[in-house]
Design a binder for this molecule. Structure first.
Ligand code: HEC
Ligand code: HEC
Length: 319
């Protein structure tokens, strides 16, 4: 809101700045011109005045367009809910969208989409959202705002496992959050399984990290895949951390200090901003905000996290 209201609404005086200054006329009048000079001067000036008048009209129109654009941007959501409602959403689409939203967006934007302090913005009244077409909205989620400060909106919400179809359903669900008149009665939420099927590269990396131990490699590869769905958004690819959000988990002394059991307990509980151990003021949500993750899933993630630790922090893994 603030940045928009500070947008350069071109004032009338600025709009006219390019036009000939009225103040210069009296000064010329004080220097009487000879008839030839006067004719020459008015001959030269006439087109300039004409252009000036045209520019004045043109920049006035531009200013008016900017003013209207800003006003429209500031009231896009208000206009949406003031207008006749668009058609009610299809139950199956909105329900799947809600389930994916709870799974992929709620940790930062809240379960109702009203935002989480210090994390994602309120989407329910977002003018930015109200102005996007469905296609643009989905493309926005795919691109994210990776450079936003203080915290980025991760591309694809940091979820490598979500399909474009799933994102299209999230778009429909958010339409319903923006205009509840369009939201149909939805069935109870169904947990969205986080896809744990690793790709070939993840399998190969896991086998190398496990020193050829096929059984262990299976857990690590699954953990790699799960991590890049459930934790990536806040902790970054391969746990490098994201400025303004989740800490780096590679070469991490806290992980190194805990046994697998203790780490499992930590992941189930998370760390609230009120916890004295919290240093960022941002929540580490229980299970990373993914209630659908089972204990086995979390243990796979732990096996993967162990492979990201240097020798000093590996010790606890063998406890
Ligand atoms: C890891 C946290 C995180 C996750 C997960 C996340 N977002 Fe965001 N999102 C953000 C942040 C932070 C911003 C604000 C970025 C900025 O300052 O411009 C944002 C901004 C947005 C905006 C722009 C809102 C506006 O008014 O400018 C939309 C739309 C959005 N997110 C939708 C989604 C959807 C849909 C999902 C789930 C598919 C999602 N986000 C998942 C953190 C997240
Ligand atoms: C919505 C963002 C978010 C998600 C998703 C998330 N985390 Fe976190 N995590 C955080 C934040 C923020 C912290 C730092 C909290 C603090 O200040 O102590 C953190 C801290 C941690 C820590 C403690 C690190 C330390 O040095 O104290 C571990 C371990 C961790 N997360 C693991 C995970 C795992 C594993 C997942 C996926 C299952 C996950 N996180 C998902 C935000 C997130």
């Amino acid at each position: 809101m603030n940045s928009l209201s500070n947008a350069p609404v071109v004032s009338n005086s600025q709009a006219h700045a390019g036009a000939p200054a009225h103040g210069s006329a009296p000064r010329q009048a004080r220097r009487p011109l000879g008839p030839t000079a006067f004719l020459a001067a008015s001959g030269i000036m006439a087109p300039i005045f004409a252009i000036g008048a045209w520019m004045m009209a043109d920049s006035h129109a531009a200013a008016e367009a900017v003013r209207r654009g800003v006003a429209e941007a500031l009231s896009a959501h208000a206009n949406l809910v003031a207008a006749a409602p668009l058609p009610t959403l299809a139950v199956s689409e909105a329900a799947r969208g809600r389930d994916v939203f709870l799974n992929a967006c709620a940790s930062c934007h809240g379960p109702q989409g009203t935002g989480v302090k210090g994390l994602g913005k309120d989407l329910t009244t977002s003018n930015f959202v109200a102005r996007l077409t469905d296609t643009e909205f989905r493309q926005f989620i795919i691109a994210g705002r990776p450079d936003a400060k203080p915290m980025p909106m991760p591309p694809r919400a940091g979820r490598e496992d979500l399909s474009d179809d799933d994102l299209a359903r999230v778009v429909m669900f958010v339409r319903g959050l923006q205009d509840p008149r369009r939201m149909p009665e939805l069935p109870a939420p169904a947990p969205v399984a986080v896809a744990g099927t690793p790709n070939e590269a993840q399998k190969a990396a896991a086998l190398a990290a496990a020193g050829g131990d096929v059984e262990l490699a299976k857990y690590i590869a699954s953990g790699d895949r799960l991590f890049h769905s459930a934790c990536n958004a806040c902790h970054g690819k391969a746990g490098v951390g994201i400025a303004g959000n989740g800490k780096a988990l590679a070469n991490n002394a806290f992980i190194g200090s805990l046994s697998d059991d203790d780490l499992l307990e930590f992941l189930k509980k998370g760390r609230a901003p009120s916890d004295p151990k919290n240093t960022t003021g941002i929540q580490m949500p229980p299970k990373g905000g993914n209630p659908a993750l089972s204990e086995d899933d979390l243990l796979d993630i732990i096996a993967y996290l162990r492979t990201l630790q240097g020798p000093a922090n590996k010790a606890a893994a063998s406890k």
